[in-house]
Design a protein. Sequence first.
Length: 442
Amino acid sequence: MLLLALLLLGCNGKPNDGDGSKTCPSTCQYGCLPDNVTCASPPANLCKNVTCLDRCEDENVLDTNGECDNATGSCTYRKSICVFGCENDTCRKAPLCPETCPFGCEPGTDVCRSAVCPDYCRYGCIPGTIQCNSEPPSSGIKNGDFEEGHTGWNVTGIAFGSAPSDGALVNSRGLYQNVPYSGYSGAYFASSYLPNMDKRAMGNITSEPFFINKKYLEFLVIGQLSGQIYVELVVNKTVVHHFEPDNPFSPFRRVVWNLSAYSGKSGVIKVVDLSNRNYIEVDDFRLVDTPSPNAGERYVDRNRNFSVIPPLNWVVGPGTQQGQLFMYGSRENNYTNQITIMSENVDAGETTESYFAKCKTGLALLLQNYSVISESNVNIGGLNAEQIDYTYVLTNITLRSREVFLVHDNVGYKISAIAAEKSFARHSDEFDACIKSFELAD
């Protein structure tokens, strides 16, 4: 019996496996030591001295809400995307100002701050610098219609791109929002959306200083309402006009500012987009003595001899002679599109046909390289009239003109629509609409 007990229990009184190996007791919560008999001690706390701090995983990702894994002693994190990048183990709260911005950035943006012109610069500074202008600012706003790229404007940030936007090209490619662009002047306008197709892009454009010598400043604008989207006029470092647009889609809206209080002073225009959700588009900044008529509004000449509906966003005013009306639009291909209406007394018995014949003779004698394209009879304001299209050369520019002649009550009327030959087809319809709107006063 003793021998049987030793075989079954072993010398220490514990059971033996059939092959002579030992089995770790089930009471050992953490297993046994290598002898498979002695219970192992509880494992050390691997997370005891581990602190899982937030950290930048890369330049755009922040590891946060870290928790230690007791099995490995390593941290596991929740990943957060940093919109403005990760730095010093936290997300930046604002964009990083580029090193290329010599005057720093606008607060809370990566848009370069414009140079602050010193007080001692009598004529202001060269745009984008603190270098004083040596001459007074020019009269009028340089390249206010953006037909010559960004000439005359200082561009900061990326929103406005390297050049203005071509309205016809944008429309043909369907890049507009909601409805095609309309109501802009000429071929181009400045946009903080189209160059990057990104509402988040930010930037601004600032005009060269200009001499305020007229009563009003006009411009066209499209923009989404936001305190970070606006147009300003600055005179003597003071903002004297501030406008926040609220027309996010086409057509462009015309804004008029009264500058009577600032006559003779130097002004600067700032177009600002500091929003990462909205955008602004502008065109046709100009100084005028008389605000342009609203779209579709009939203009009556100062002597009330006739009236007409001008093309959209054209400047209208009396000419240098009595009975003359002058309208002008954008500048394209080195020529400013224009329409003039003249009235003059004619001999008794003069007819539209004879008046037209005399005027044609004058054209052939006075104009260089005069060449007739077409002639036709038309009806203007309920009256029969004669129309002629022709080309001629003026200071090395080939121009095309559409002129209409009529006689009524011993008064001869001549309506002339002129543009560079390369631009004429683009404006032919609005020329016709204006000409056909002509009416004699009652």
